[in-house]
Design a protein around this ligand. Structure first.
Ligand code: UN1
Length: 508
């Protein structure tokens, strides 16, 4: 009886005492180093421990994954779909643990934690559907009479997934589920900051019936990732994280002897929003605050540079500042918190350096004051910085820092060109009730996800496939109709049906 259950917050509070552990799925018995995982909002509180993967354990994991891959591929789309759907059900049954870990290991607010679990489950179910759609049977291709041509998809082999701490569940499980749906086996390296939630996800996938060898967890830092991607048996890599790391992985894949790997990367952004004089101020305020400060700005989709038209600049900025002043910053385990911590001391230091430099350059900077006790955690005061152009920013600032630029209406084209000139192309927001402006910006912007009169975060699986171009990634879009196929290889079978028992030729 659900009414007999304790309220959610009480259940989450009880889970606070649980000690979690992440370790490699395959372990040699050798002693590996064990490192603590602490709460980002309270570095004195240990959530669990992580045992990193040793090099020869990585090699053994890939050997096991390679061995079982043909069998996993031969299961077919329908049976793989059923296993992924069973995993989705188990994820839902373990809602409390996932929410607790999202909050404690990743420092997420409860609202963000709920959205994250929802997205993870959506990915599992959507990619299960894709396994059915794409991997059952084959596509008939045209040809002359007496010839039969068919195209089939199959797994490529062993896929490596390398995932970020900012979506430690959804973006851990999404690419892995897509690779599995396609008939690949997976070695998964979660972010070093968030292996605990990944370990729970992998355990539940095994409970659902996905063989251990088909989906293995390899906890560790960047050196483990490097060791995985340098192995020539890895047929593909799906990476989400910084542009710099994606470029390094690309170089490492290019340097290997042997098969050419598929590379799927979803990286950073220098995301802008444009607000013109026809926009509704209340709507703009709500959407700017959500886009820039929800998740403490730690989404690759988050708004970094807000462009406001001259005529409405002062009025808009005043309303936005008002909402900014009303944000509650603090412990993400409290229901009232809007903005929690950033992920770790390094992230905090980088953001503080950025703000200090802008202050020194004489720019106008507004900062929120931090709450008492903030020193125990990685809190960065939400910040608004006025500046001249998006091109004054050299790199992505991954946190609760919003930059604001004033523009004149005749310069709209130049604004879009400058946004394009950053080289990133992930999300772009526009607030305007003018259809011509909308059409103009849409046709001129080189961007993966264009959001009009709404916030620019929180892409929903299937409805808003997500991903960028240029410095923002390779595509295809996660949660979209072309994603799962990119993990697969295509094989074409041509049969001459005129001769009895005709010849079959396997082309690819
Ligand atoms: C990321 O931060 O790596 O649209 C991706 C969003 C999320 C994706 C963010 N679905 O905000």
């Amino acid at each position: 009886d659900p009414l007999e259950r304790e309220p959610l917050l009480d259940r989450l509070h009880e889970l606070d005492t649980r000690h979690w552990h992440a370790e490699p799925t395959f372990m040699s018995g050798a002693e590996g180093e064990v490192a603590p995982i602490n709460k980002p909002h309270d570095l004195t509180a240990e959530v669990g421990t992580r045992r990193d993967t040793l090099d020869f354990e990585v090699e053994e994991a890939i050997t096991r994954a390679e061995k079982i891959q043909p069998g996993w591929n031969a299961l077919g789309g329908e049976r793989r779909a059923l296993l992924l759907e069973e995993a989705a059900d188990l994820f839902e049954e373990h809602t409390d643990e996932f929410l607790s870990l999202c909050q404690r290991e990743a420092g997420k607010t409860l609202q963000d934690a709920i959205l994250e679990l929802r997205e993870a489950v959506d990915f599992l179910r959507f990619y299960a559907g894709e396994a059915r759609r794409l991997f059952e049977g084959s596509i008939a291709l045209p040809g002359p009479t007496g010839e039969e041509n068919r195209l089939k998809l199959a797994g490529r082999g062993v896929f490596a997934t390398i995932s970020p701490w900012n979506f430690p569940l959804a973006i851990f499980i999404g690419p892995a589920a897509a690779a599995l749906a396609s008939g690949n086996t997976v070695v998964a390296k979660p972010a070093e900051q968030t292996p605990l939630i990944a370990a729970l996800a992998v355990r539940l996938c095994h409970e659902a019936g996905i063989p251990e060898e088909a989906f293995q967890l390899l906890p560790g830092a960047g050196d483990v990732g490097e060791f995985i991607t340098s192995d020539p048996r890895i047929a593909g890599v799906a990476f989400t994280g910084s542009t710099q790391t994606a470029q390094a992985i690309n170089r490492s894949l290019a340097a290997r002897d042997g098969p050419i790997a598929t590379f799927i990367a979803e990286t950073g952004g220098q995301n802008a929003m444009i607000v013109d004089s026809t926009a509704l101020p209340e709507q703009v305020t709500r959407d700017v605050v959500a886009s820039a400060f929800q998740s403490a700005g730690q989404r690759c989709s988050a708004l970094r540079v807000l462009h406001i038209q001259d005529e409405v600049y002062d009025e808009m900025l005043e309303m936005i500042s008002g909402a900014f002043e009303a944000l509650t910053i603090g412990n993400p385990e409290n229901l009232s918190t809007d903005v929690g911590p950033v992920i770790d001391p390094d992230a905090k230091a980088a953001l503080e350096r950025h703000v200090a430099r802008r202050k020194k350059a004489g720019l106008q900077v507004w900062r929120r004051r931090l709450h008492r006790g903030a020193n125990a955690g990685c809190f960065v005061a939400p910040t608004i910085i006025e500046m001249g152009s998006i091109l004054d920013l050299r790199r992505e600032n991954f946190g609760p820092v919003l930059h604001v630029v004033r523009f004149k209406s005749q310069d709209l084209g130049r604004v879009v060109d400058e946004i394009n000139a950053t080289g990133y192309g992930l999300t772009l927001g526009l607030h305007s009730r003018n259809d011509d402006t909308r059409a103009f910006v849409e046709s001129r912007a080189r961007v993966g996800n264009f959001y009009v009169n709404r916030n620019q975060i929180g892409a929903v699986v299937e409805s808003q496939p997500f991903g960028g171009e240029g410095l923002s990634g390779t595509g295809p879009k996660a949660g979209g109709p072309h994603y799962v196929a990119r993990f697969a290889t295509e094989r074409v079978v041509c049969i001459d049906t005129t001769a009895a028992g005709g010849n079959a030729t396997l082309l690819a």
